[in-house]
Ligand binder design. Structure first.
Ligand code: 5AD
Ligand code: SF4
Length: 449
């Protein structure tokens, strides 16, 4: 009989990708995914450490899973409990000490060893694996088995060497590592053959990609993108998340020359104040970011930008915050995420004493978000009346409706038959809200398959 596997995924797309790989690696061992933990033979929490109190939230979720395990044990059933991802990496042995009923604690670089660890835990009790053999992970994980649908994710790079002073990623995901280009191309061909028209390349620092090329040279992301764009069926390419420092001339040029590369770029800046950027160890100034945006827009005039911001970083004055607002106005973003700074144990900024009071952080966040939301609303409204290609990805809320994505990653609601799913259709946009667009498909050339 099949064993039931429940995976709960927190945080970034990288974790979504990893969760799918964990399901793949367990499938040959008889595990089939289910949607709820209540009767699962194995529960994996794939955790994220980027937000505040991440570990505490995992412990309270584990409390709930423990009750399920006890209920099942009363019926003579066993439940394997595993914690994966960045909280597992950060907590390590500590997690088994605080939650001894957890069978497996596994860091992001160890997933290929899951079946062996499950067996070992069954024999000998808990296993903690938080080492960093990232190369082995990609060599030994099976290729994606289930089709990912019209839009797929593909991890090409992991880890980070940048050490921004607020961030845990260099500690939880380890040093930068890039998968060999041939491995990425093979996986992309398979995704395309399974019907994915769009691939988003993932990496914590994806534009720092430096993978071994099939020609023996080291390939940057631009070269990889150009090779991927040759794959039949792959109409759309995206990549995330990028660092301004790694945005090289070749990649900027690719934005102008590779039509498959979509005109939307998530390029976190974090702050508009040079003093704060230096304290964050970002390695760039506000003016560098603005100059970069200008070069990108020269290469691809319709490029839309998205960013991440942190307000209330230690030492941030009103003038520093005003500089962030000024940068936001200068760039005009299509979309953005903003966060109040919160200290992460083990990071340099967590030791700073000139903390910004919570109420000031909250007030600044509101002011920043008001500006960003206004920009997002204006960006969406600028598309009303235009015609654009929409990749139809999933059913809409009502029958006869599908939801897709614009080239700029906006969700677009269209009246379209279910058989158009996975297709790119031309649509005229009739309305915009702050979060999405709605329109009408112009020609519905859907082959009767
Ligand atoms: N406090 C607030 N926001 C943070 N981020 C990362 N670390 C912190 C922190 N300690 C934000 C950054 C990053 C995004 C993924 O999360 O803006 O780009
Ligand atoms: Fe974290 Fe900075 Fe690396 Fe991004 S570049 S993952 S914010 S350390």
């Amino acid at each position: 009989m099949k064993k039931k596997l429940f995976i709960k995924t927190y945080g970034c797309q990288m974790n979504v990708y990893d969760s799918a790989r964990m399901a793949d690696v367990l499938a040959p061992h008889g595990y089939a995914p289910v949607d709820a933990p209540d009767d699962a033979d194995m529960v994996i929490l794939n955790t994220c450490h980027i937000r505040e109190k991440a570990a505490e939230k995992v412990y309270s979720e584990l409390g709930r899973i423990r009750l399920i395990r006890e209920r099942r044990a009363a019926l003579g059933r066993k439940t394997v409990i595993a914690v994966a991802g960045c909280v597992a990496q950060a907590e390590g042995e500590e997690m088994r000490a605080r939650a001894p009923f957890v069978d497996l604690v596994l860091g992001p670089q160890t997933y290929h060893r899951l079946p062996e660890m499950v067996a070992r835990a069954a024999r000998a009790g808990g296993v903690v694996a938080t080492d960093f053999p990232v190369e082995a992970k990609f060599d030994e994980l099976p290729e994606a088995s289930a089709p990912q649908g019209p839009s797929a994710f593909l991890t090409v790079q992991e880890g980070c060497d940048k050490f921004c002073t607020f961030c845990v990623v260099p500690y939880t995901r380890g040093a930068e590592f890039s998968r060999p280009a041939a491995q990425v191309l093979a996986e992309a061909r398979k995704l395309a053959a399974q019907g994915s028209a769009e691939i988003t390349l993932l990496g914590q620092n994806v534009n720092a990609y430096r993978g071994a090329g099939p020609d023996g040279e080291s390939w940057g992301l631009a070269r990889l993108v150009r090779a991927l764009a040759e794959i039949p069926g792959l109409a759309r390419l995206r990549y995330t998340t990028s660092h301004p420092r790694d945005m090289d001339a070749a990649l900027i040029a690719a934005h102008g020359e590779v039509p498959a590369l979509m005109p939307f770029l998530h390029l976190p800046v974090q702050s508009g104040s040079d003093r704060i950027l230096a304290a964050m160890n970002r390695g760039h100034r506000a003016a560098d970011y603005l100059a970069l945006v200008e070069r990108l827009r020269r290469a691809r005039p319709d490029l839309a930008l998205s960013s991440d911001f942190i307000v209330g970083f230690p030492g941030e004055t009103e003038a520093d915050f005003e500089a962030t607002l000024a940068l936001v106005r200068a760039v005009d973003f299509a979309q953005a995420f903003s966060f109040k700074y919160s200290p992460r144990p083990g990071t340099p900024a967590a030791l700073a004493e000139d903390r910004v009071p919570e109420e000031i952080k909250t007030a600044r966040l509101h002011r920043l978000q008001a500006e960003l939301w206004e920009q997002q609303r204006r960006f969406n409204e600028s598309k009303v009346g235009t015609v654009m290609p929409v990749l139809l990805e999933k059913p809409g809320r009502h029958a006869g409706q599908l939801v897709g994505r614009s080239p700029w990653l906006q969700p677009v609601h269209l009246d379209a038959p279910a058989r158009a799913m996975g297709r790119i259709v031309e649509a005229r946009i009739g309305a915009a809200t702050i979060n999405s667009l709605a329109g009408r498909a112009l020609v519905m050339e859907v082959a009767a398959a």
